[in-house]
Design a protein around this ligand. Structure first.
Ligand SMILES: *[C@@H]1O[C@H](CO)[C@@H](O)[C@H](O)[C@H]1NC(C)=O
Length: 253
């Protein structure tokens, strides 16, 4: 290569990197001004779901002053670390801007962390219904029917939330339900490229929250609070996963 053509060969990659930084400098919401009514309940299965999967949503919603509450249905005791993980959850939510008194974690004998067992849908629904009534929840955010990783506990939350909505008895209208779209395997690990692609499918009933670099770093800090879980392959995950950058939430109707 001549020096001249070498210079040119660097020009386009540099341009691409600049363009990338430009796109990622600030968080974005599609459609702009999208409204998920609050108070909002983020319903998760295990401590660390909130930052591994839902950080872009939580950060965006807190940024515009929405009330977000966290309910985690297990302490994630699969490896005997239940108590540690409970404290980590509160600290992680703290980093994401959710106050400690709005975070609750359950340790129910029938709702234990298990990669092989689905949870009892009526039980999940009953817990969700009570929580919604107690705190006047207007919207629930949770997993979709594919549960990101097909984890049966995640999928149980989807079914439980829907059952809770259908059987809601209070005089107020039932909460709306927003589920996190599970992308294909390839899209799952495209990380910041996913943030740029951002799915222009943003159609009716779909809200996209894309983090900027600052929000991504905050999500990483929240992740660091879950130190008991940070084995090396999780660092690979947080480096590459699309959900650390972008959340597509779809309203279930
Ligand atoms: C599921 O939970 C409901 C409500 O707590 C309970 O009545 C029912 O017996 C449970 N079903 C199973 C199979 O455990």
């Amino acid at each position: 290569m001549t020096p001249r053509s070498r210079r040119w060969s660097l020009f386009f990659p540099s341009l691409a990197v600049l363009f990338l930084l430009y796109l990622l400098q600030s968080p974005t919401t599609y459609p702009p001004g999208a409204n998920i009514p609050s108070p909002i309940l983020l319903l998760t299965a295990h401590p660390d779901d909130e930052c591994m999967f839902f950080a872009p949503s939580v950060l965006a919603l807190r940024e515009i002053g929405k009330e977000v509450r966290g309910l985690c249905l297990s302490v994630g005791n699969a490896d005997g670390l239940g108590l540690t993980r409970q404290a980590e959850l509160a600290r992680s939510y703290g980093v994401l801007g959710v106050e400690e008194n709005k975070v609750k974690v359950l340790d129910h004998p029938e709702l234990q962390d298990s990669i092989t067992q689905a949870w009892n849908t009526s039980l999940v629904a009953q817990i969700v219904r009570e929580y919604v009534e107690e705190h006047g929840i207007a919207s629930i955010i949770t997993f979709d029917q594919r549960g990101i990783s097909s984890h049966p506990n995640h999928i149980s939350l989807f079914h439980g939330a829907q059952l809770a909505q259908r059987t809601y008895a209070s005089s107020q209208s039932p909460p709306s339900i927003w589920v996190l779209h599970t992308t294909g395997v390839l899209a799952k690990y495209t990380g910041y490229l996913g943030a740029i692609y951002r799915s222009d499918k943003a159609s009716k009933g779909v809200v996209v929250y894309a983090s900027g670099v600052r929000e991504y770093v905050t999500a990483l800090r929240a992740m660091k609070e879950h130190w008991s879980q940070l084995v090396w392959f999780r660092w690979l995950y947080v480096g590459w996963s699309r959900y650390m950058w972008v959340n597509e939430l779809r309203e279930v109707v």
